[in-house]
Structure formats: structure tokens, C-alpha cells
Design a protein around this ligand. Structure first.
Ligand SMILES: *Cc1c(COP(=O)(O)O)cnc(C)c1O
Length: 404
């Protein structure tokens, strides 16, 4: 089938919730994707920070194939070895004591929100149910996670949304302090905002939130759906700071593209999830847990985090040297291989030009080029992308129009 044929059929049969690029991918290997016409692309999107170990990873493919022949699924009414081993790995390498498994980032955040409420309910303070979240945040598309999300444009048309969230500006500790009331139970945020345009916390902000939460008896919830599993060069982004959250959510890269989410918490908080309090049919199913075990082991034992740190720094330096030459680059920011290039102009033409040249990149908030490649990417791939960006930027700055 040609790409055109697939696209025509897809656009007739699939809900039109995505504005897609006109390309059909049929295969991937490492950091490379191949389309139906045999063209190859270097992938700086990685399924939006999902395929952290690259496409068609041998170890994962082998483990998943073997597990598929052994046992794909049993109910969470029973124990399985892969789910147990994965939970131990996550607990051993994080602040947390317990894990609840689900299937997506939104579900992980739902679990975190439910746990926070249940914790205060069980502590004799059921009137404390409100959660403070941040402007420009993204926590998912279910009704409750949408209510928690600080972006007006994706909420439009779905009102009334569930109550219980107070949204304040990101990076403003005073705003959080002012929003705390007798009904507040938690503060929830991404340690680095991903969909919001790779916005990093200012010095002392997260530490200040931790102090505030301790003082007010609030839970601190980190949504690490995008920043987790090595993306910022540490296994979890909170490790970059001198603090731990009380609850953390994971998904995206957790099983390198198989659907999985997780909500992790310290024992004192996790104990509010008693039998029957929450559940998921597929959560932590053996097939997907097997993939996630391979991901965790590769991140911890195969030098992937070190590669992310080294190549991420190299990448950022190269982007900064572009910034020195192009006035429409406002800022280069991010950690590890979660990097944003904030433009004073529309980013979409850049994304399209890069695609024509064989590079997939992403754009957040319309004007922030976002680079989230597999963490196994190499300096030579960065050099190739930088050369591509240079030529695209050159053409952009030759155009007389459009620099607001
Ligand atoms: C992607 C994302 C989500 C939502 O994850 P889904 O799997 O699409 O539900 C939530 N939070 C953050 C920070 C994300 O980047």
C-alpha cells in the first residue's frame, strides 16, 4: 500500500482528533524510522519521549516475544513474576516504597489524585481534597487530569470539568503559598514542563515547594510521565534536586512503547490504597511488565543515562552556537535529552522543513522546538541535525517577513 492510500483510508475511518503529518511509518531501528516509500528519518521525537531505548530494541523484542508465548495476561486477582520484579526494580531505584500499575500517563495521574484524596480521607481530613497545579502544565486528557491541566485550549468544549484544582503560575512559589487553603491536600507538577514548552524550574523553586508542603502538611506529587525513565540524564528528574516527592507518576518510556503507567508512593501515603480502593484490568500485565524490566535494566546497566547526559550536553552546546547566530532563537533550555528551543516565530515551518530533510522533530506551544530523541542517540546524529537546522534557519532568516 502507498502512503497516499493509507492516509486516505485512515482519514475516513479514524476519529479526527490528530492533525497528522502526511507520512506512514512501517519500520524502525534504533533512532531511524522508515516510511512506506522506503525513505528514512532520524527520529528526534521518539513517540514523544516514549522510545527511550530506540525502536525495535533487541533485548526488549526478545523478552517480549518469549513472554508472549509463556503468559500475556492474568487478572490482578493473582500474582505474577514480571510485575513483582518490575515493582522491586522501581522501588529499589526511587524514593518510593510501593507501585500501582496502570496503562497510561493520565491513568497514573488519576491514581495519584485518588491516592492523595484517600490519604486525607483516611487521616480524618476528608475536607482536604483540592490540589494546586500549574499553568501550562499537562497531566492528561481524561476528565480529571484535564481539570488538573493548566492549558485553557485543550479544556474548551468539555466543561463542566470536575472540581478540585487550583491552577497557579509555574515557577511562582508565592502564588502557591497564596493558593493554599484549609481544603488543599496536595501540590502536583511536572519537575520540567514538557508539553508546556520545556519549561525548567527556577533555582530553589522545587525545594521551596517541598518546604511549603512539609510546613502545611501537603503531599507533593511529581508528574514524571515525560521526565522519568532517564529522559533528563537521571533515572528520575527529581534526583537532580535535593528533595523527594511523596508521589510520582510514570508512563511514556516506562515500557519503551508498550502501554504502561505507574504511580509510586512512600509507604505512609501508599497505605491509603487498601484492597478494593483502586484497580486496573491490564495494569502491570506480564507482557508489558517484561518490557519495562528490560527498559529499567538497560537504563541502569548499559550506560544509557551516561550517554543521555553526555550527548544532551553536546546537543545543547551545538544549539547554543546556533542561538548565537540566529536572532529569532530566544532561548535554549532543558536537561539531558529533553531540550527546547524557544523561537520568536512559528515553529511549525521549521518542523516541516526538517521532515523534508529526513529529521523528525517536535514543536510545543507553537513556538518551542522540542527535541526528545531516543537516549541512545550519538553525537554524529546531533551533528547531522544541527547542519539541517542551520540550513533551515538560514532560509528562514533570508525571508524578509515574519519576525514579530
Ligand atoms: C504525556 C503526558 C501525560 C499523559 O500521558 P498519556 O499516556 O497520554 O495519558 C501526562 N503527563 C505528562 C507530563 C505527559 O508528558
Amino acid at each position: 500500500m502507498t502512503s497516499d492510500q493509507t492516509i486516505k483510508r485512515a482519514d475516513r475511518a479514524i476519529a479526527a482528533t490528530y492533525s497528522r503529518f502526511p507520512v506512514v511509518f512501517i519500520q524502525g531501528k534504533g533512532c531511524t524510522l522508515t516510511d512506506a516509500e522506503g525513505r528514512t528519518y532520524t527520529d528526534f521525537v521518539a513517540g514523544i519521549a516514549v522510545c527511550n531505548l530506540g525502536h525495535a530494541h533487541e533485548g526488549i523484542a526478545k523478552a517480549v516475544a518469549e513472554q508472549a508465548r509463556r503468559l500475556v495476561h492474568v487478572s490482578n486477582l493473582y500474582y505474577t513474576e514480571p510485575q513483582t520484579e518490575l515493582a522491586e526494580l522501581l522501588v529499589e531505584h526511587s524514593f518510593a516504597d510501593r507501585v500501582f500499575f496502570c496503562n497510561s500517563g493520565a491513568e497514573a495521574n488519576e491514581a495519584a489524585i485518588k491516592l492523595a484524596r484517600k490519604y486525607f480521607h483516611d487521616s480524618g481530613a476528608p475536607h482536604r481534597f483540592r490540589i494546586i497545579t500549574m499553568e501550562d502544565s499537562f497531566h492528561g486528557r481524561t476528565m480529571v487530569t484535564l481539570a488538573a491541566t493548566g492549558q485553557v485550549k485543550i479544556k474548551k468544549g468539555f466543561e463542566p470539568l470536575p472540581d478540585g484544582f487550583d491552577i497557579v503560575p509555574f515557577n511562582d512559589i508565592e502564588a502557591v503559598r497564596n493558593a493554599v487553603s484549609g481544603e488543599t491536600c496536595a501540590v502536583m507538577l511536572e519537575p520540567i514542563q514538557g508539553e508546556g514548552g520545556v519549561k525548567c524550574p527556577v533555582q530553589g523553586y522545587l525545594e521551596g515547594l517541598r518546604e511549603l508542603c512539609d510546613r502545611e502538611g501537603l503531599l507533593l506529587i511529581f508528574d514524571e510521565v515525560q521526565t522519568g525513565m532517564g529522559r533528563t540524564g537521571k533515572l528520575f528528574a527529581y534526583e537532580r534536586f535535593a528533595l523527594t516527592p511523596d508521589i510520582m507518576t510514570l508512563a511514556k518510556a516506562l515500557a519503551n512503547g508498550l502501554p504502561m503507567g505507574a504511580m509510586l508512593a512512600k509507604e505512609d501515603v501508599a497505605k491509603a490504597f487498601t484492597p478494593g480502593a483502586h484497580a486496573s484490568t491490564f495494569g502491570g500485565t506480564p507482557l508489558v511488565a517484561t518490557a519495562a524490566i528490560e527498559v529499567a535494566k538497560a537504563l541502569l546497566n548499559e550506560g544509557v543515562l551516561e550517554n543521555c547526559q553526555r550527548v544532551g550536553q553536546y546537543f545543547k552546546n551545538q544549539l547554543l552556537s546556533l542561538k548565537a547566530r540566529y536572532a529569532f532563537i530566544r532561548e535554549v533550555r532543558g536537561e539531558g535529552l529533553l531540550i527546547g528551543v524557544d523561537l520568536t516565530c512559528d515553529g511549525m515551518p521549521v518542523v516541516k522543513s526538517c521532515m523534508e530533510r529526513g529529521f523528525l522533530i517536535n514543536c510545543a506551544q507553537g513556538h518551542v522546538l522540542r527535541f526528545i530523541p531516543p537516549l541512545i542517540i550519538q553525537e554524529k546524529d546531533i551533528d547531522a541535525l544541527i547542519a539541517c537546522l542551520d540550513s533551515v534557519f538560514q532560509r528562514l532568516s533570508d525571508q524578509p517577513k515574519e519576525q514579530e
